[in-house]
Design a protein around this ligand. Structure first.
Ligand code: CMP
Length: 225
């Protein structure tokens, strides 16, 4: 199972069985407990990581100590590649949201893979382009959207990756505290809680600890626009 998840990562895009097995053998298993920090923004680092199980949050801290979450990554997703393509310190802090299993690959091992397999380079460019698009959208939303709209959008994004369809709706086990949800949306916890309570009172969702059940996907999608 973990091998299947690992091979969904862009790093394995288009590799034949032999090349994929060689690449997998050169990776190292890394486990983190919930809350453990893998690396801090500003650290030197020469590894990239693929999440096999669990969730990682990538965040930045302002000089006065406030935190902003850039992304929540789950199984099959990769991070730590920016300091390879643009050598320099880590651009964000990586922290385990749950217990996490990952595989790491040294940056020095990546160059030969990219040279021998252009499909992998294409897949990594595709991932970077997707992140730039998403970042542009987030910046636009910070300027143009209100907090409830941003909360709705963040919930839909989490649902697209962690959601599971059931009879009563889409169960999204995001594993985030309300504080972390607020950091992801870029608003205060109070404002985000108010938006969530409003959605719940309209019957669009049900709140549970570290998870949400989306009952009316259509209305939430319209609110996210
Ligand atoms: P690196 O800078 O090596 O370490 C932090 C990692 O966080 C970075 O590589 C990217 O892989 C990841 N990262 C940084 N910014 C974003 C973002 N906006 N969206 C998703 N991942 C990001």
């Amino acid at each position: 199972m973990s091998e299947e998840v690992l091979r969904q990562a862009p790093l394995f895009a288009g590799l034949g069985e032999d090349a994929a097995a060689t690449l997998e053998a050169s990776m190292t298993a890394v486990s983190l407990r919930r809350g453990e920090v893998l690396f801090n923004e500003g650290d030197d680092g020469d590894q990239l990581y693929v999440v096999v199980d669990g969730k990682i949050k990538l965040g930045r801290t302002s000089p006065d100590g406030r935190e902003n979450l850039l992304a929540i990554l789950g199984p099959g997703q990769m991070f730590g590649e920016l300091s390879f393509f643009d050598p320099g310190p880590r651009s964000a802090t990586a922290t385990a949201v749950t217990d996490v299993d990952m595989r790491s690959l040294g940056h020095e091992a990546l160059s030969p893979v990219l040279e021998a397999h252009p499909g992998v380079a294409n897949a990594l460019l595709h991932q970077l382009a997707g992140r730039l698009r998403r970042t542009n959208e987030v910046v636009g939303d910070l300027v143009f959207s209100d907090v409830p709209g941003r909360v709705a959008k963040a919930l839909l994004d989490l649902a697209s990756r962690f959601g599971r369809g059931a009879d009563d709706g889409v169960h999204v086990n995001h594993d985030l505290t309300q504080e972390e949800l607020a950091q992801l949306v870029g608003a205060s916890r109070e404002t985000v809680n108010k938006a969530l309570a409003d959605f719940a009172s309209r019957g669009w969702l049900r709140l549970e600890p570290r998870s949400v059940i989306i009952l009316d996907l259509d209305r939430l999608q319209r609110r996210a626009r």
